[in-house]
Structures are given as C-alpha cells and as structure tokens.
Design a protein around this ligand. Structure first.
Ligand code: SAH
Ligand code: F3S
Length: 439
C-alpha cells in the first residue's frame, strides 16, 4: 500500500482542504504515514498570506528534496495558495516538484496520481469548488464546512482574491444536507468557513440566501450543539446575524471581526469599505444584543503610509473595544496586490516592530481584563482531550472560544460544566462542577 504525508501551513481553510486531501487519498487506497520520511507521496498545503509563511515552507520543501534524492520514486506535491501564486514558476524554481495545484484543484491530485505516467503537472483553474471530497476529520465531534470559496473584496494588502478567485457560495440545501449527515455521524460542533462568510448566499440563483438563514437552518439540525464561523467582514456584519447569536442556543458567543486598523484614513487606503465609526457601531450592536459575546480580531500594523497618529487610533480602538483576543500582523507586501505598489510609503521594519510591541501590550492587557468576567462562573466546556501542559487535566473550549484547562472527568466530545477559578489573556482554568450538572 502506498503512503502519504501532508504538511499544512496557514489558515483553517487550508486545514480543511488538507482534510479533504487526506480523505481523497484514503479513498484511492493510500494510507497516512506518521512521518514525512516514510511517505511515498509528500504533500504540502501552502500559504502565502505573508512573506514569513513562504520562507517557512521553502525550508520544508528542501527537506523533501533531500528525501527524494535518497528515493527518487517519491512524489512531491505542492498545493494551496503559495502554489497558486507561483503557478508554473514552481517547476522552474523547484524542478523536483512533481505536481502543483491551487486551492480549488485538490480533486485534480487524484487525476494526476491515477494517470498512467507521472510527468510534472500543474493545475491552477478557478472552478469555485473543489468537488465533493470525503474529509478525514481530525476530531470526530468537530467539523469544518466550507460555505463559500474566494473573495470579491479588494483589500489592498490581501493576496487571497488572487489565489482563491471570485466568491462562489455553495448551494444552501447541499450544505444543510451535508451537516445533517455529519450530525448523524457524531459531529456536535461545526465551523462554517469562508473568506467573507456573511456575504454568503447573495449570489445564489434562482434563490439568493442570507448567511443568517443558514445559521437558523443549521441550528435546527438535531445533534448540532455549537455553530462557529470565520470570518465575517465588518462592512457586511448585519443585525440579522447578530440577532441569530442572541436567539439561537447553538450559535456560539464569539465573533471574530477583523479590524485591520483603527484609523479611518488607513482603512480607506486598505479598501476595507468601513471606517472606525462603523466598526465601533458593529461592536455596540453586538454588545447590545449579546452582552457576553467574545469579540476577537485581526490587526495589521505598518500598512504603507501609516503615521504615528493613525497607529494611535488603532491603539485607541483596541483599548476601547477590549478584544477578547487578537491576531496581530506586521504588514507584508504581497505580489499583485494594490498596496505592494505603495513602496515609497513602506514603514521601516524597526518602526513596525515598535508599534507591534505597543499594540500587543494593549491587546493582552485588555484580553486579560476581559477574561476576569469568567472567574467564578460556570461555563459549558466542550472537552477536546488532555491539557497540553498537564496531561492529568483536561482541555476544552467554552462557547466564547476560550481554551479552558480543568480538573475533572469527561470524554472528548462531551460538554461539561466547569467552574472557572482563574483567567489569563489566553486561557481559563477551573474545575468540573458535577453538582451543577445534576441540578
Ligand atoms: N477575510 C479573510 C482574511 C484572511 S487573511 C478571513 O478572515 O477569513 C487573515 C488575516 O491576515 C487578515 O485579516 C489580515 O489581518 C492578515 N493579512 C492579510 N494580508 C496581509 C498582509 N499582506 N500583511 C500582513 N497581514 C495580512
Ligand atoms: Fe482578503 Fe479582504 Fe477578502 S482580507 S480575503 S480581500 S475580505
């Protein structure tokens, strides 16, 4: 039997694409190898969102070349966004690569592997969806569902529209049917994935749909206890979606709302289509309907032309909102994006690093403060397994997407009440409270 090994870089969408690669390979009779050295087929699912992602990946790719030199029968495949952004240049630069494919072309890998002769080949069309591939789930009780592919926004810093193409939504009924099957198979928590999830469905024909409709339909499926989604766009975050959080038990108390910058001037140059006020207004609306909702975000520092006073506005927004968590990034110019042409306004790296440090201080302090509201409360925690630091304890997540490490009993997939004793900016700690479970 042939074996494969997949290394995944980047976002949850890639994690999910890798699950589909694995499912497809197993249906072709391949088995997953524990280590790269043992695999006949070495695959990389790549990311190109920032330059660092590229560099990390290339080091891995050279390791695969060394393995192939020892055993020239091995096949090396490169999929995902980096592959798409390089297209055929992959084969010029890395001639030991056998097959390369973009994020929408996972199914072509099967075609390649089952062909009579393996000559190097690339697949980079945009077909919207990568076909119906069985996914190999990492955990039995959690599943990712890709509801749309691509993105129609034109954020000046972002390579995603280039690597994943125009937005296409999957048919509503198909998604509901797929989640019904997953629920019957033991899935309790679903995460709906898209680059801009709340523009889901608007382009569907004959009947356009709304993202909130999908939330209601998924909530109605027996067995689905938790619904998450990522990411909504602040400009498209409408009241109906926020109301769904308030009205539906299964929709988690967490919204990831990418801010990018607190300065309306910078947001405009980023082509984010909202300003500071609109963002704050969305936060107010969320807090009005779902006061306890966790709000997390993405922030970029050092976007070309960002002044000290622009940056201070970002600090102000971070201070004012008090995010429960934030991913912070230093701007990284990407090929074929609008902002890459603003090179005369690039911010010196030392300045960006210094701003990043100031931002992280505010973000972490506010997240730690926000997390104190959980201390003394009992939260429902979906058990994921043993705690990473201390295997005698358990680890799970609250509806707010907070990692909770706790003492007590519980099987992976079970939802147990945990009384929170302490909180840091990142994690909560506590003890399972079986009494409250009985009452
Ligand atoms: N709409 C997508 C965005 C994916 S990219 C989603 O959230 O699903 C994830 C984050 O990476 C962005 O929100 C942004 O903060 C950051 N990012 C994207 N391009 C970047 C770049 N060129 N430099 C630095 N950070 C970037
Ligand atoms: Fe990128 Fe903006 Fe779309 S961040 S994925 S272009 S919403």
């Amino acid at each position: 039997m042939k074996s494969f090994h997949v290394t995944t870089f980047g976002c949850q969408m890639n994690e999910h694409d890798s699950e589909r690669m694995k499912g497809m390979l197993e249906s072709l009779g391949y088995a997953e190898a524990a280590a790269r050295d043992d695999a006949d087929l070495i695959l990389f699912n790549t990311c190109s969102i920032r330059e660092k992602a590229d560099d990390r990946f290339v080091a891995h790719l050279y390791e695969a070349r060394a393995l192939k030199r020892r055993d020239p029968e091995r096949v090396i495949g490169v999929g995902g966004c980096w592959a798409q952004s390089q297209k055929d240049a992959v084969f010029r630069q890395f001639p030991f690569v056998d097959v390369a494919f973009g994020p929408g072309q996972v199914h072509k890998l099967a075609e390649f592997l089952t062909a009579d002769s393996l000559t190097a080949q690339g697949f980079f069309e945009f077909e919207g969806f990568t076909g119906h591939l069985p996914a190999k789930r990492e955990r039995e009780f959690q599943a990712w569902i890709q509801i749309s592919a691509g993105c129609n926004m034109k954020c000046a810093f972002c390579i995603v529209p280039t690597t994943r193409g125009r937005e296409v939504s999957r048919p509503f009924e198909e998604l509901v049917a797929e989640i019904e099957v997953l629920a019957a198979d033991g899935v309790k928590e679903v995460t709906l994935l898209g680059q801009n999830v709340n523009s889901y469905g608007l382009g569907l024909r004959p009947q356009p749909r709304r993202f909130s409709e999908l939330l209601y339909a998924v909530d109605a499926i027996t067995g689905i206890e938790r619904i998450r989604y990522t990411s909504p766009h602040p400009a498209h975050m409408r009241e109906d979606v926020i109301r769904a959080h308030a009205e539906l038990d299964s929709v988690c108390d967490h919204i990831h709302l990418p801010l990018q910058s607190g300065s309306s001037r910078v947001l405009k140059r980023m082509r984010r289509t909202y300003g500071r006020e609109r963002f704050m207004d969305r936060v107010a609306l969320i807090r009005e309907h779902v006061p306890d909702c966790a709000i997390t975000t993405d922030i970029i520092v050092g976007f070309p032309g960002e002044t000290e006073s622009d940056f201070r506005e970002t600090l102000e927004v971070a201070e004012e909102v008090g995010f429960d968590g934030a991913f912070t990034f230093i701007y990284s110019p990407r090929k074929d994006t609008e902002a890459a042409a603003f090179s005369d306004e690039f911010i010196p790296h030392e300045v960006a690093v210094e701003r990043m440090e100031r931002l992280v201080e505010v973000v972490q302090r506010r997240a730690r403060e926000r997390a104190q509201r959980f201390v003394g409360r009992t939260l429902d925690v979906l058990v994921e397994g043993a705690s990473r630091q201390d295997p005698t304890r358990l680890r799970g997540r609250s509806s707010h997407n907070k990692v909770v490490n706790f003492d007590g009993l519980g099987e992976p997939g079970e939802i147990v009440p945990v009384t929170i004793a302490s909180a840091t900016s990142q994690t909560l700690a506590g003890e399972a409270s079986f009494l409250s479970r009985l009452s």
